[in-house]
Design a binder for this molecule. Structure first.
Ligand SMILES: [Fe+2]
Length: 297
C-alpha cells in the first residue's frame, strides 16, 4: 500500500527462489535479483531531494488528505503471525454493525448519503479496492467510534489510480491539477525517474508512533516483480520486508529503493512523522537492463 489499494489475488502464492529456505508457499521473501530489495540510490539523481522534501512538507498542509490501510485483515493480505488483532479492521467492524449503525455509516458517505444500508456484505462493499471508497467522514467515524487503525494517516494521490491492477498503466492518467499547483518540484523529480510509463504516484505518511501493518500488496503469480520506486527524502522511514517462514525482518536502508511488493512488508514505528513518495509504472528497458546486469551475478 499499501500501501494503498491492494487487491488480494486468489492463487497459491509466490514462485521463484526463496531467500529463507523451505516454508509455506507465499510466505518467503522472494525479493528481487535474489535480495530483499534493491538500493536505487546509486542509479538515480537525488540532488533535488532536499527541496522536494521542503515542498512536500509544506504542500501537505495545503491539500486534502486521506487515510489509507485499515482493512488488511479483511483483504486477506496479512501473514498469520502478524495479524495484530489488537487493531480494529474496518471490514470486520462493518460486518459487525447493526442496521442502524450501517445506516449512520452510509449517511456519512459521498455516494450513498441517504442512510440506506448496503446490500450484500458491507465488509466487501466499502474501502480500498471495493465498489464504494470511504469518505473522509466515514474514515474518521470508523476511527473515533470503533477504534479502527488506519496506519497511513496521510495519503495524497498526485496521479490517482482506482484499482491496484492498473497501477503500472499510464493510459488516461495524469498528475492532478492540485498536484501540479502544490507539488511542481516533486512532479519534476518524478518525471526524471527512469520510467517509460507512470500509472500511479502518491505520498504516504505515518503519524508519530504509528506503524505500518505487515501485509503484501498482492499474491498473484508473477513473471517479474511490479516496477515501482519508493523515495523517502528524509531517509527516516524504516520499511522492512518480513519473512514469515524465518520470522525475520529485512530492514531497508536506502532513501530510494525497489522491492517485490508481493512480499510481506511493514513499517517500523518511530516517535515522529515519516512519509515516502511512491511511483508505479514501467521502468525503461535501459534502467531494467542496468539493474539486472549489476545484480544478477
Ligand atoms: Fe504495501
Amino acid at each position: 500500500m499499501s500501501e494503498r489499494a491492494p487487491r488480494p489475488e486468489l492463487c497459491d502464492g509466490h514462485r521463484g527462489d526463496s531467500l529463507s529456505g523451505d516454508g509455506l508457499p507465499g510466505d518467503h521473501v522472494v525479493g528481487i535479483f535474489g535480495r530483499p530489495y534493491v538500493d536505487l540510490e546509486p542509479y538515480l539523481d537525488l540532488s533535488a531531494l532536499a527541496e522536494v522534501h521542503d515542498e512536500i512538507c509544506l504542500g501537505l498542509t495545503r491539500v486534502a488528505l486521506d487515510y489509507t490501510g485499515g482493512s488488511h485483515r479483511t483483504l486477506g493480505i496479512v501473514p498469520a503471525s502478524q495479524r495484530d488483532m489488537a487493531y480494529a479492521d474496518y471490514g470486520e467492524v462493518l460486518r459487525a454493525m447493526s442496521p442502524a449503525e450501517l445506516a449512520q455509516f452510509t449517511a456519512l458517505g459521498e455516494r450513498l448519503g441517504e442512510g440506506r444500508a448496503p446490500e450484500g456484505d458491507p465488509g466487501l462493499t466499502y474501502g480500498e479496492e471495493r465498489e464504494v471508497p470511504l469518505s473522509r467522514r466515514q474514515m474518521l467515524w470508523l476511527e473515533f467510534r470503533y477504534g479502527v487503525y488506519f496506519p497511513w494517516k496521510v495519503y495524497f494521490e498526485l496521479i490517482p489510480n482506482r484499482y491496484w491492477s492498473d497501477k503500472s498503466r499510464s493510459e488516461g492518467k495524469d498528475f492532478t491539477r492540485v498536484a501540479r499547483s502544490v507539488f511542481p518540484k516533486t512532479i519534476a523529480f518524478v518525471k526524471q525517474l527512469p520510467f517509460s510509463a507512470i500509472g500511479r504516484c502518491n505520498l504516504m505518511g505515518l503519524a508519530a508512533n504509528d506503524h505500518g501493518t505487515v501485509h503484501r500488496d498482492g499474491a498473484r503469480e508473477q513473471t517479474q516483480p511490479d516496477h515501482f520506486i519508493t523515495v523517502c527524502p528524509a531517509g527516516n522511514k524504516t520499511l522492512f520486508l518480513w519473512d514469515e517462514v524465518a520470522r525475520v525482518k529485512h530492514p531497508v536502508g536506502a532513501r530510494a529503493y525497489w522491492f517485490n511488493d508481493n512480499d510481506y512488508h511493514g513499517v517500523e514505528a518511530a516517535p515522529f512523522f515519516r512519509y515516502s513518495l511512491r511511483v508505479d509504472g514501467q521502468f525503461t528497458p535501459e534502467f531494467l537492463d542496468r539493474l539486472e546486469r549489476d545484480h544478477s551475478a
